[in-house]
Design a protein around this ligand. Sequence first.
Ligand SMILES: NC(=O)c1ccc[n+]([C@@H]2O[C@H](COP(=O)([O-])OP(=O)(O)OC[C@H]3O[C@@H](n4cnc5c(N)ncnc54)[C@H](O)[C@@H]3O)[C@@H](O)[C@H]2O)c1
Length: 437
Amino acid sequence: MKVLVIGTGYVGLNTGVVLAYLGHRVTCLDLNMEKIDLLKAGKSPIYEPNLDTMLTLAYDHLTFTTDYDEADISTTDVVFIAVGTPSNADGSANLEYVRQAAHAVGSRLNDHFTVVVNKSTVPIGSGNWVGTIVRDAYIESHGMKPDQHYAIASNPEFLRQGSALYDTFYPDRIVVGASDPRAIDVLTNLYRPILNQDFTAAECLPRPEGFSVVPLVTCDLASAEMIKYAANSFLALKISYINEIAHLAEKVGADITQIARGIGLDTRIGPRFLNAGIGWGGSCFGKDTAALISTASEYNLDMPIIQAARTVNYQLREEIVMRVQDELKILKGKTVTMLGLAFKPNTDDLRDAPSIDIAKKLIQRGAKVRGHDPVAMANMQRQYPNLAIEYYDDPAQAVADTDAILLVTEWPVYKKLDWKTILKDGKVKLIDGRNFF
Ligand SMILES: NC(=O)c1ccc[n+]([C@@H]2O[C@H](COP(=O)([O-])OP(=O)(O)OC[C@H]3O[C@@H](n4cnc5c(N)ncnc54)[C@H](O)[C@@H]3O)[C@@H](O)[C@H]2O)c1
């Protein structure tokens, strides 16, 4: 099939590369010229395991452009909108990028049947809203109403940064919401190799043993949109829940790792997302929980559970700083090394990363802050040039002659440091923000 993916961020690029690998002809469009230039040269603008290899493998089926006219929308079967939907100041989702993309698509549709898919996480009701923008743009440019030439669908994305390609090839489920059955047919065909798991897996991303058919959930637009928000809010609250339990466990002298194992073995609960630590960050949980609360408020509904998950989460960033202070007694003039800056391992993404708040608080309280991250340091330096962190390329040097080491992101490489020597005279305090050691 002929596919256009608008937005080459963590979601769009991953989607484009996977669909191209499966044999579809994919154009990836982004307004960011720097990203497209890198992609044309075969290089990924973001860090994601195996992305460079997969780009090479799928390269013959991929085209990159910054130009909507060049994307030839009028002959495209499926257009994915995968642009960012950041938070507005009031917590609602900013849909301006989606609006721009939908308008650009609508004005270029023609007689060929095209499914316009919202892959961005958009508030409930956005499918209808995008439909209206596409329709108005069509009328504006063609001078007449569109005649069944397109359908709108919602296909929320559930990938995890750090294993985005793996999650797309081997998802737990694919959700497609649409009122037009033609849209469901087209997307079912598009995803058939994944649904049936009959594609030849790339060597770098082998199919997990026993992994076979992927469930397809088809529903209406609003339900698909709500599934995404409900899933992310649930995961966010599962983490906040274990963190709340961890507080009490610490007071009563219980071991939160054992507690998590003990409850996680209950199949009704499950073991994942029960790692106590400094909580979640990243581009989705904070933004999506805020957006769900904002949508609910439009219906005069409170979401006290989701609100509580947020409160618990963001308090953790202050609590970990207090923990460092408790260990060092005085923060002023002390050196604190932060190991890990990205919001999670295996990504270079810093959106809503706990490291940023923690570094700010430590610096405000007079500590000298050092930082190391295997891939996110350049982004941190570029995005937060005024944050007075001293960066180290070598984690061993970052932890030498420091007063405290704060493990912020559980990159496996940190397990390989010579901890016996680092901690031998008891002068350096280790604060494990992720229960990693
Ligand atoms: N990152 C994740 O793990 C994840 C997971 C699931 C869902 N999502 C959702 O997917 C969406 C995209 O997230 P992301 O992390 O890939 O974002 P991102 O910020 O990494 O990428 C968005 C891209 O869209 C481009 N863009 C913006 N406006 C455009 C336009 N009008 N035309 C063409 N390109 C345009 C930007 O230049 C940018 O490269 C968001 O709604 C997000 O909530 C993200």
